[in-house]
Structure formats: C-alpha cells, structure tokens
Design a protein around this ligand. Structure first.
Ligand code: COI
Length: 362
C-alpha cells in the first residue's frame, strides 16, 4: 500500500437515531465511510470521511451501463474487539468481480486496512446482540460521464457499513422458495459469478412474481436446459439427500459464496458425504416424494444459513422437514456463528480480529 488512508471524523454522530432493537437489514448507515478514486491510471487519495451523499452527473456511466461491483461481509462484536469474517476471501472475490467488469484492480491491503479503520472508528455502531452484526458493503463503480458503451477511465471505491439484524423477516425460520423455469439469472459466459449490480436488477421481476404468490425468493435453474439448480436470489443452495450434502458446482454462473465455502469445509471436516455436483429440480422433487430429501437450506453472508421449508416448481409443491429447521442446517448455523462471535476456536484462520483501544472500550 503506497498511500496512507487519511481520516476526517464527523462532528455530528447519528448513532443516537438508531433503534438497535429494530434494525432490519441495510436500512441505516454508520457515521463514516471509506473512499478512494481511480484517475490518471491509478487509485489515489484513500480516505475515511463522514458518510454522505455523493453528487453525480446525469451522464454517469454506472447509472446507464452498470459498470460496478460490490461485496458484502460482516463484522461481529467480540470481547475486546471486533471479528471480521474472512475479509481476505471477500477481497479476492471483489478483485475477480473487478476483472470481469473491466474495473481496475486495487491493492488488497486497502481493503483490509480500510475495514480495520472503519470498525475501530464506528465501533459503537456494531450491534451487541447475538445474531446481529455490522454489515460491510464495499462498492466500486465507474464515474465517467459519457454515453458511449466503453470502459470508463475513472472509478470510485467506497466502503460503507450498516448495523443489521437478520436478512429475512423469517430469521432462522424456514423460507418458502419458488423454482422458476420462466426466467433465468445467468448463462455460462455471462456475469453470473461476479458480484455486479446487473445480476441483482435482473432478478427483481421474478422475485416480484414469487412474492405475489407468497414465496420469499426464487430458485434459479440453468439457462440452457432449465433443469439444473443454480442458486437462490441472494444465497447459494444446499440439499441433504440420503445423507449426501449436495450443492451445485462453481461453473461460472453462480456466485462463489464465502458461506458456501465455509459450509463445504466444515461438512468435509465433520466426515459428511459432501458433493459439489449438478443436481436437477427433478431429482430434488423425486427425493422429496420418496422421503430422502432430509433438508434444504441457503447460505450467504447476509442470511448466514436459511432453511427452506417449502419448495414449489410448476404445479408441484413439497414441504421439507415439516417446515422446521433441520439438525444439519442448525449445526452449520451454530458452528459458523460461534466462530464469528469468537465463542469457538477459529481453527481455519477465518477471523480477522481487530483490537479496539482500551479507552474506546472503557
Ligand atoms: C450477501 O449475502 O452479502 C449479499 O450480497 C446478499 C445481498 C444482500 C445482495
């Protein structure tokens, strides 16, 4: 890192406007944010400044063509400091998303150093309640002002943070999922494995239809055969069938989830029969009908582990595990959250612990 991050603190904290008993997800933003700009072929002027609106010209290229990438990771209140979960893995994924979207890469140290500073400066914004966290949202977007479809030569890198409760209203209760073969999320060769705005914008129409029918989210199928399972709206998806833990492989169309990776790692260590393989919607319904579909759950940073209690595809609908969280989903949730909150040993080096100065803790 060749430039130091400068810090300008707010003189008017908004902390006392936050009701920590009613956080919701991503609705309020901590006092400070990180920003850095790319111009003249280099990232420069990294700084922490008060969270604030940013003016943009109507011709801003992100608004028109969506040349932008983001990340989502979490920091947890832990004794004597803060535990940031797998920041290195998130930084790598952000760099991969940058590459796919033609955004110039940054030095990884900025990512971790900026997060360290933000969680120290906005330490009081980290929710104390078990199950809540400080959600960290890095965002990089083009700030060129022109209408031609081409790479921009100027970009802004922001990191904002938000105290959050569960992503779904359901919390750890099961969600209802609608599998669709009418719409697709991504196709091989597309941008499905990058964390970029367009993937999420493209999901909204199907999500709206699912909501109208009483479902929480959409389960995407592959774009060619409309048969193989990909992922759920904001999560990767797992099935427990006949004691085999199955999740679709990373074939370029789904997001390489960090929680997905953590579940795979733990499952293998626990001696489970773990497979990253293609799984069709037919196989899932056949397993549900013959009684071998034991559990289905989603994984994601925002949602952590989210059990699926009801699955619909065309005119067929099944209830999974009596619409209750299953023992395997519960075990993953308990293990991952215990590591995140520092209650269990971090045998994998997943926690980046940030000490907070004793005068702040006092
Ligand atoms: C996450 O799990 O962090 C996500 O990015 C999901 C989302 C809120 C877009």
């Amino acid at each position: 890192m060749n430039q130091r991050i400068t810090v300008s603190k707010t003189t008017a904290s908004r902390l006392d406007t936050v009701d920590f008993n009613r956080l919701g997800f991503g609705l309020q933003f901590s006092d400070h944010m990180f920003q850095m700009v790319y111009e003249d072929g280099r990232w420069h002027s990294p700084e922490i400044i008060p969270y604030q609106p940013i003016p943009h010209e109507p011709a801003n290229t992100t608004l028109h063509y969506g040349q932008t990438v983001f990340e989502g990771l979490k920091a947890f209140y832990a004794k004597s400091g803060v535990n940031v979960f797998r920041p290195d893995k998130h930084a790598t994924r952000l760099l991969n998303s940058c590459e796919r979207m033609c955004i110039p890469v940054f030095e990884k140290e900025y990512f971790t150093e900026a997060i360290d500073l933000l969680v120290q400066i906005d330490y009081d914004w980290i929710p104390r309640q078990r199950g809540h966290a400080l959600y960290i949202r890095p965002l990089i977007y083009s700030i060129g002002n022109f209408l031609g479809v081409k790479e921009s030569d100027t970009y802004r890198f922001l990191i904002m943070t938000s105290p959050v409760a569960s992503y779904y209203e359901e919390g750890l209760s099961p969600v209802k999922i609608l599998a669709t073969d009418k719409y697709v999320r991504a196709v091989k060769g597309g941008t499905g494995s990058a964390k970029t705005a367009g993937n999420y914008a493209a999901s909204l129409y199907a999500a709206r239809e699912a909501k109208k029918m009483g479902y929480t989210q959409v389960l995407w199928l592959d774009a060619i055969h409309h048969e193989y399972i990909e992922e759920v709206g904001t999560m990767n998806i797992f099935f427990l069938i006949n004691d085999e833990l199955v999740t679709p492989p990373l074939s370029g169309t789904i997001l390489p989830g960090v929680t997905r990776d953590s579940v795979l790692t733990l499952g293998r260590e626990w001696g489970m029969n773990v497979s990253e393989r293609e799984i069709s919607i037919k196989e899932v319904f056949a397993a549900a009908k013959d009684g071998t579909l034991q559990e289905m759950f989603g994984t994601g940073t925002a949602a952590v582990i989210s059990p699926v209690g009801k699955l619909r595809y065309r005119d067929d609908e099944v209830i999974i595990n009596n619409f209750e969280i299953g023992p395997v989903a519960q075990k993953f949730y308990d293990e991952i959250t215990a590591i995140q909150y520092g209650e269990k040993e971090d045998a994998h080096g997943w926690i980046h612990h940030v000490e907070i100065a004793s005068e702040v803790l006092a």
